[in-house]
Design a binder for this molecule. Structure first.
Ligand SMILES: *[C@@H]1O[C@H](CO)[C@@H](O)[C@H](O)[C@H]1NC(C)=O
Ligand SMILES: *[C@@H]1O[C@H](CO)[C@@H](O)[C@H](O)[C@H]1NC(C)=O
Ligand SMILES: *[C@@H]1O[C@H](CO)[C@@H](O)[C@H](O)[C@H]1NC(C)=O
Ligand SMILES: *[C@@H]1O[C@H](CO)[C@@H](O)[C@H](O)[C@H]1NC(C)=O
Ligand SMILES: CC(=O)N[C@H]1CO[C@H](CO)[C@@H](O)[C@@H]1O
Length: 362
């Protein structure tokens, strides 16, 4: 009798947690490369925190955590649970451009996929994570290596493995998520949307980095929510994903806690679309929100909010920075709610200043 009651309680606890967490996701990536202390994260402002990154070893197709990250990753979950016992943590696996050949090779052979899947589950459990996120793997033409059919098969097999994992009855199945491109189709190649819908809990749509000062010679809203003259914007991307058959309730909107700095050709011409000669301030022009606020205070420049694109920007002399401040973040979070999306996620938590943006997310 007693054990039956315990089972019932666990059942209720499990379902409560699941339904509770599925109501509105507020997720944040923490990237070890930014070297920001894990205990500094105000986890009370999030429902999910995603620890980045684990890597793929091409010699055996297993996941590993780099030795320099080991101590931070192994303490991650317990550390962030101190301020928020309900927080759910995920481990993100890097599959971005410089590693995509490895991943294409991995997904091409059943035995390699098995190795990847088993090691990912083992690593997540070993380090105390409650989910896995695959980051930055884009479909590419077959000559440029990704066979998208195999990508769909990987997700089928990953889901099956996660569901059949023998685990403690108090543990939920691992959450599986994918960080995608903001468009479901790149050139002539598309994500396997049916497989994604069937197998993944949700996808993270990075709704930023559309325009970089290293590649365009005019200022722009790098994370434009709307654009009256171009399809390169978040509203278009979200519409495409939904149009391709991924329910809005599986989409999590990615917000940027960074902006980009351009060098203006003429300091007097300083609106959106002003001619620029390249980047400013950092090696790639990206600047954290924290550093942008420092810049604004130091140079006493007056930020402008442009509601057409949903972006803030400011300039001082020849330096022009486009970024999301409180207004832009609020507008985007409202947009996500109006569209019936599952929530939002931020890249990257340590770039916030005094949690101003995270609080603006509501
Ligand atoms: C690939 O890019 C990531 C992210 O920029 C970086 O951390 C990693 O070291 C790179 N890997 C290789 C093999 O260059
Ligand atoms: C892609 O993978 C599928 C399934 O493994 C296979 O049937 C198909 O021939 C592959 N396509 C190409 C172009 O290699
Ligand atoms: C910007 O780049 C375009 C195309 O590369 C070029 O035609 C144009 O002259 C450049 N403008 C400036 C201001 O450098
Ligand atoms: C936003 O900036 C664009 C480009 O400069 C301009 O055309 C538009 O009127 C601005 N929108 C608002 C609401 O100020
Ligand atoms: C085989 C092939 O076409 N490889 C190309 C894949 O795409 C990258 C850049 O996106 C190129 O650098 C490769 O040459």
């Amino acid at each position: 009798m007693a054990s039956k009651n315990i089972a019932l309680l666990l059942f209720i606890a499990f379902h409560f947690r699941l339904s509770n967490s599925q109501t509105w996701i507020k997720a944040g990536y923490w990237y070890s490369g930014n070297e920001s202390p894990v205990p500094d994260i105000n986890s009370a402002l999030f429902t999910h925190l995603i620890c980045a990154f684990a890597w793929l070893d091409p010699s055996n197709y297993q996941i590993y955590i780099s030795p320099s990250d080991e101590q931070y990753f192994s303490a991650f979950t317990n550390t962030v649970k101190k301020r928020n016992p309900l927080i759910i943590t995920l481990l993100s696996i890097w599959a971005g451009k410089n590693d995509s050949t490895k991943f294409s090779s991995m997904i091409s052979q059943p035995s390699y996929r098995k190795s990847f899947i088993e090691s990912s589950i083992k690593t997540a459990r070993l380090y105390g994570f409650q989910g896995l996120d695959l980051y930055g793997y884009w479909p590419r033409t077959v000559s440029n290596t990704t066979n998208t059919t195999n990508m769909g098969i990987l997700f089928d097999e990953w889901r099956a493995a996660v569901n059949s994992e023998s685990r403690d009855p108090s543990e939920s199945p691992l959450i599986l998520t994918l960080e995608v491109h903001y468009l479901p189709t790149l050139g002539s190649v598309s994500y396997e949307v049916d497989s994604i819908r069937r197998n993944l809990d949700w996808v993270h749509v990075p709704a930023y980095d559309y325009y970089l000062p290293s590649s365009v010679n005019f200022t722009h809203a790098h994370a434009a929510l709307y654009d009256p003259v171009s399809q390169v914007n978040t509203d278009f991307g979200i519409g495409e994903w939904i149009g391709r058959g991924l329910p809005a309730g599986k989409l999590v909107l990615g917000l940027a806690y960074h902006g980009y700095a351009w060098t203006l050709l003429n300091p007097k011409e300083n609106g959106i679309g002003a001619p620029a000669s390249g980047l400013a301030m950092t090696r790639d022009g990206s600047v954290s929100y924290k550093d942008i606020k420092w810049f604004i205070r130091s140079y006493e420049c007056a930020p402008v909010y442009n509601a057409t694109y949903v972006v803030n920007y400011c300039s001082f002399g020849a330096t022009w920075i486009g970024y999301d401040d409180v207004e832009a973040i609020r507008t985007k979070v409202s947009y996500a709610k109006e569209k019936g999306l599952l929530g939002y996620n931020v890249w990257e938590v340590s770039h916030d200043e005094n949690w101003v943006l995270s609080l603006a997310g509501g």
